[in-house]
Write a protein that binds this ligand. Structure first.
Ligand SMILES: Cc1ncc(COP(=O)(O)O)c(C=O)c1O
Length: 390
C-alpha cells in the first residue's frame, strides 16, 4: 500500500521526547523556548510563538488583529475548514473569494471587490505548500489599511521571491503567519502550531493569550529565586504547546532541509512521469514561488470521475485524496454568502492529491502514475480531454 503521506520520524525524536519526560518538566518550558528561537531563525523572523495547533494560532492572530463580532474577513473557501471556522470563532464572517487556476491560491484580482466597510483583515492561505501571491496581495491589504494574516499551516520550508531574493514563508510578509505541525504536514510534533511576526506588540499579546492571559508563565515562576505573583489583565485561553512536542519539533527542524530537498525532487519526477499521461495537468509553480510540495495536486482530464479514479487507484494499492475541500460546499457553511467560486470548486472536485512523502521511492512513483493511467483508461473522457497539454 502506498499511503498519501507519512511523517519522517526516527529514534532521535523518540529520544528527545523521552528526555523531556525524564526531566520532569512537561509543558511550555525550556524546550518550547528553544523551538521558538530555532524556528524564528529558520524563517528569518524576530518573533515566533508556539501554540497547541495552527487553528489556535489562527484564532490568536485574528483576535490580535482586532477581528471581532460583526466584522468580515476576506479569505478562500478552498482550504481546510479550520481557516473559515476560526473567523466564525471570533464572531466574524468569512467572505470567500476565488482562487487562481493552477496554483489554487487566493486570486488577488478578486480582493478589491470583496472589501466592505466591515472588512477587518485578509487571511490568505499558502495552500498545500504553494505560496499565495504575496507580492500582489500585500499592496492591496496596505491600500485598504487591512492586516494581512498568512495561513501557512502547510507551508514550512516554502519560499517566495520578493525584490529578487528568495525568502522563506513566515518572515512574515504580512503581519503574522501561522504554521501547523500536524502529522500530515512536512514536519510534525503530533499536534502543534507557531505564530511568526515582526511586531513585538503582537507577539507579546500572543504569549499572554496562549496562557490564560497570565502575565508570568509557570516555567518562569518555577525557575525564579524570588516570589513572583502573576496577574490576569485579560481573559485568555489554554493554547500551550508541551515540551515533548517542542523537543520533537527541534529534531524535525534539523531534518527539514533534507525533507524539502527530497520533496522537491519527487515533485520534479512526478512532473516528468506525468508528461506522458495525456490530459492530466500537473500543478503550476510560478517562477516566483518554491513550494515545499506538502501535497501534489493534479487536475484530472474532463469527463474523468474523481471518486471512481480514486477507488480504482486504491484497488491497486495507491491512496489518494480529492482536491482540498471548499468550506462553502459543506453543511456547516450552508447559507453563507459567497459569489460563484468556479476555480475553488474545480480545485476540489476535479483535482487529485497524489502520494508524496520523503521516504517514497522512484518505484513507488512509477506505481502511482501507472495506477493513475490505468484508472483513467477506464474513464469516459470528454472529447478532446486527452489532447489537453499535460
Ligand atoms: C490550510 C490549513 N489551515 C489550518 C489548518 C489547521 O491546522 P491544525 O490541524 O494544526 O489546527 C490546516 C490543517 O490541515 C490547514 O491545512
Amino acid at each position: 500500500m502506498i499511503p498519501i503521506a507519512q511523517p519522517l520520524l526516527g529514534e532521535e525524536e523518540a529520544e528527545a521526547a523521552a528526555a523531556v519526560v525524564r526531566s520532569g518538566w512537561l509543558s511550555q518550558g525550556v524546550q518550547v523556548a528553544a523551538f521558538e528561537a530555532e524556528f524564528a531563525a529558520l524563517v528569518g523572523t524576530p518573533h515566533a510563538c508556539a501554540v497547541s495547533n495552527c487553528t489556535t494560532a489562527l484564532h490568536l492572530a485574528l483576535l490580535v488583529a482586532g477581528v471581532g463580532a460583526g466584522d468580515e474577513v476576506i479569505t478562500v473557501s478552498h482550504s481546510f475548514i479550520a481557516t473559515a471556522n476560526v473567523i466564525r470563532q471570533c464572531g466574524a464572517t468569512p467572505v470567500f473569494v476565488d482562487v487562481e487556476p493552477g496554483t489554487w491560491t487566493l486570486d488577488p484580482e478578486r480582493i478589491a471587490a470583496a472589501v466592505t466597510p466591515r472588512t477587518k483583515a485578509i487571511l490568505c492561505v499558502h495552500q498545500i505548500g504553494m505560496p499565495a501571491d504575496l507580492a500582489r496581495i500585500l499592496p492591496l491589504a496596505q491600500a485598504h489599511g487591512l492586516p494581512l494574516i498568512e495561513d501557512a499551516a502547510c507551508a514550512i520550508g516554502a519560499e517566495i521571491r520578493l525584490d529578487g531574493a528568495w525568502t522563506p514563508l513566515g518572515g512574515p510578509v504580512g503581519d503574522v503567519a501561522c504554521f501547523s505541525f500536524h502529522p500530515r504536514k512536512v514536519i510534525t510534533t503530533g499536534e502543534g502550531g507557531m505564530l511568526t511576526t515582526r511586531r513585538a506588540d503582537w507577539d507579546a499579546q500572543f504569549r499572554l493569550l496562549r496562557q490564560h492571559g497570565m502575565t508570568v508563565s509557570d516555567a518562569v515562576r518555577h525557575g525564579s529565586t524570588q516570589v513572583i505573583f502573576e496577574e490576569y489583565p485579560v481573559s485568555g485561553f489554554n493554547y500551550r504547546m508541551t515540551d515533548m512536542q517542542a523537543a520533537i519539533g527541534r529534531r524535525q527542524l534539523q531534518r527539514l532541509p533534507e525533507i524539502i530537498a527530497r520533496r522537491r525532487s519527487l515533485a520534479a519526477r512526478y512532473g516528468e512521469l506525468l508528461a506522458g499521461t495525456p490530459g492530466v495537468r500537473p500543478p503550476v509553480e510560478p517562477d516566483w514561488a518554491r513550494s515545499n510540495w506538502q501535497s501534489y495536486a493534479v487536475r484530472l482530464p474532463d469527463g474523468a470521475d474523481q471518486a471512481r479514479v480514486m477507488q480504482a487507484m486504491l484497488d491497486r494499492g495507491v491512496a489518494t485524496r480529492r482536491g482540498v475541500m471548499c468550506a462553502h460546499l459543506e453543511a456547516a457553511y450552508d447559507g453563507a454568502e459567497a459569489p460563484p467560486l468556479p476555480q475553488s470548486e474545480t480545485a476540489h472536485l476535479r483535482c487529485l492529491l497524489l502520494p508524496l512523502y520523503a521516504q517514497m521511492t522512484e518505484a513507488d512513483q512509477i506505481t502511482v502514475v501507472e495506477a493513475l493511467r490505468e484508472a483513467l483508461a477506464a474513464e469516459p473522457l470528454a472529447p478532446g480531454a486527452l489532447a489537453e497539454v499535460a
